[in-house]
Design a protein around this ligand. Structure first.
Ligand SMILES: NC(=O)C1=CN([C@@H]2O[C@H](COP(=O)(O)OP(=O)(O)OC[C@H]3O[C@@H](n4cnc5c(N)ncnc54)[C@H](OP(=O)(O)O)[C@@H]3O)[C@@H](O)[C@H]2O)C=CC1
Ligand SMILES: Nc1nc(=O)c2c([nH]1)NC[C@@H]1CN(c3ccc(C(=O)N[C@@H](CCC(=O)O)C(=O)O)cc3)C=[N+]21
Length: 285
């Protein structure tokens, strides 16, 4: 029987430390500010945004949530971002993805000042990461790296398999593992013999978006399994991409869904907002 990685518990611990950091900043007259922009009526996005707002408040970050209607034009959204770029009380900007189809996502992400891009999605921050000079990081892979650190998971020389190649999870995850000297394989929907590749993994990170797709036969005995998936069924019940009940018996460490990767994603967002406030303070002086 493996150990369950307590993402919720680790997130609470880090948020508690952040709260103290924020209190110290406030003594100096600085309140970290986060602007979250949500366009349209995506139900899942609404829940995440609510969670982010609640956590931000808990650590004392000033958070603004801008809920814009589905019909918002690209131009109007660009103007909104420009307003936050210019606003000295806002240190972090997050535009919730996915955006409605009539808005060009690339264009929007590029409009955010890299210094306020607490999601780590701006091409400048992506470029820094992939050239080995990381600055702001995508929050989900960042949170997973913090879990490895906290649970003393040694990555050097290990076989790491990342299933999924999105810009927000799979690709940056692979790069962070590579930077820790893991031997990394990235798998995706066109991968042949996925089970065979996954069975070689000492570290298996799954980010595909298919409920309970990864069964015990994909998992090597003693592997560390990280489940990024967030799948909601008709009853609104959450399931990960990993069939937790079978995999827990085979793996050494597994993240649950919920209370695994999700709370760490939010915590890294808050952490990067606090760091950003500190950086912008030194820029001013
Ligand atoms: N917990 C958290 O904080 C977060 C959770 N998520 C969740 O993680 C999941 C993935 O998110 P995201 O990366 O944005 O998703 P995307 O839909 O952007 O990417 C999914 C990836 O999975 C691959 N894939 C799909 N089906 C298969 C399959 N049968 N076998 C192998 N690979 C497959 C796709 O391959 P291809 O490229 O070939 O299409 C693609 O690369 C979702 O459930 C999402 O809700 C996302 C962000 C944060
Ligand atoms: N610009 C942008 N940045 C993101 O970081 C981003 C995004 N867009 N779009 C969507 C995905 C998804 N995501 C999650 C965040 C928190 C939880 C989370 O808090 N999960 C809790 C519970 C969730 C629940 O109960 O619904 C948990 O796993 O315990 C999940 C998923 C961030 N994303």
């Amino acid at each position: 029987m493996g150990t369950i990685i307590d993402g919720r518990g680790l997130a609470d611990k880090i948020q508690h430390e952040l709260k103290e950091e924020v209190a110290a900043l406030k003594e100096k007259g600085i309140v970290p500010g986060l602007a979250v922009v949500l366009v349209g009526e995506n139900g899942a996005s609404k829940t995440y945004v609510k969670n982010k707002e609640r956590s931000a408040q808990k650590v004392g970050i000033h958070s603004i949530v801008d809920r814009l209607p589905e019909e918002t034009t690209e131009q109007a959204l660009l103007m909104k971002i420009e307003q936050y770029n210019q606003d000295p009380t806002i240190h972090g900007i997050l535009v919730q993805l996915p955006l409605p189809l009539h808005i060009n996502e690339e264009k929007i992400l590029q409009a955010i000042l890299p210094s306020k891009d607490v999601d780590g999605f701006h091409p400048v921050n992506m470029g820094k990461l992939f050239s080995g000079q990381p600055d702001k990081l995508p929050c989900t892979p960042y949170g997973i790296m913090e879990m490895f650190k906290h649970y003393d998971v040694d990555l050097e020389g290990k076989n790491a398999v990342v299933i999924g190649r999105s810009n927000i999870v799979g690709k940056p995850m692979a790069q962070l593992l590579l930077m820790k000297n893991a031997t990394v394989t990235i798998a995706h929907s066109k991968t042949k013999n996925l089970a065979k590749i996954a069975q070689e993994a000492d570290i298996l990170v799954v980010a595909i978006g298919k409920a309970n797709f990864i069964t015990a036969d994909f998992v090597k005995s003693g592997a560390v399994v990280i489940d990024v998936g967030m799948n909601r069924d008709d009853q609104g019940k959450l399931a990960g991409d990993v069939a937790f009940d079978q995999v827990i018996d085979k793996a050494s460490l597994v993240t649950p869904v919920p209370k695994g990767v999700g709370p760490m994603t939010i915590t890294m967002l808050l952490s990067q907002t606090v760091s950003s406030a500190k950086e912008q303070m030194t820029v001013v002086r």
